[in-house]
Design a protein around this ligand. Sequence first.
Ligand SMILES: [Zn+2]
Length: 253
Amino acid sequence: MRGLRKPWPPADVSPEGQETRTWRQAEAEFLEGLGAAADRSAHARAAFDSMEKRKLRAVMYQEQGALCVYCERPVSEGAPLPRIDHWRPLSAEPQLALHWKNLYLSCATEETCDAHKHERPLKGDVTEADLPWPVDHAYERSVGFTSLGEVYVGGDAPLTDPQRRALVHALGAPHDDQVKNSGVLNLNHPKLVAARSAALDSERTRLERQYKGKTATRAEREARKTALLGEHPLQPFVSIRARWLDRSLGKAR
Ligand SMILES: [Zn+2]
């Protein structure tokens, strides 16, 4: 998970053959009708469903470097199509159904990410509102990785207490015999941990090949990181690669 920029809502959200509407027009019309709606969630769902999702996704691939906002696996127009996630759920906050900062692309797997979250909203004393949008928080400062490929919330994460609890509850604990907390997003699913570990290996191999067995200097690693973060599409699991180049892989606990 990383911070993102979402500066350009789609210029057209209408299905083929219908009059062109910008995202901003569609959101203004939706909000105008929301006050009078008997069922606010149904009104929100209908407004969202009236949009051509392919046009939404086209903008979101650019914003997210064609990676799932949560697990950082690649997302594309191939089958199965990625999901459009309402970060703060449409059922809980219908007024944000068409708020562009509330929408993110997530991979299509049922095991993790948005599809896993769908059945398990945050409960107790925290809600999704305690997780800042990636446009408002640089998650790469809060989410750490172990050298095994596990993800955790960093001890020095710049978060309030409720935000920290919500993020811990969202990511899930590393899987082992003692801990059975898959979290809302299940980002320590064994397949994801193995894939992150493989991404680390490929990054290490790449650097070794480039510098022919010599250790890359701090400046060289920094240059590689800058180049990596400027790519489009981004490399899968770009955050753990960047952390490794920073030499800042840590311990989960
Ligand atoms: Zn994902």
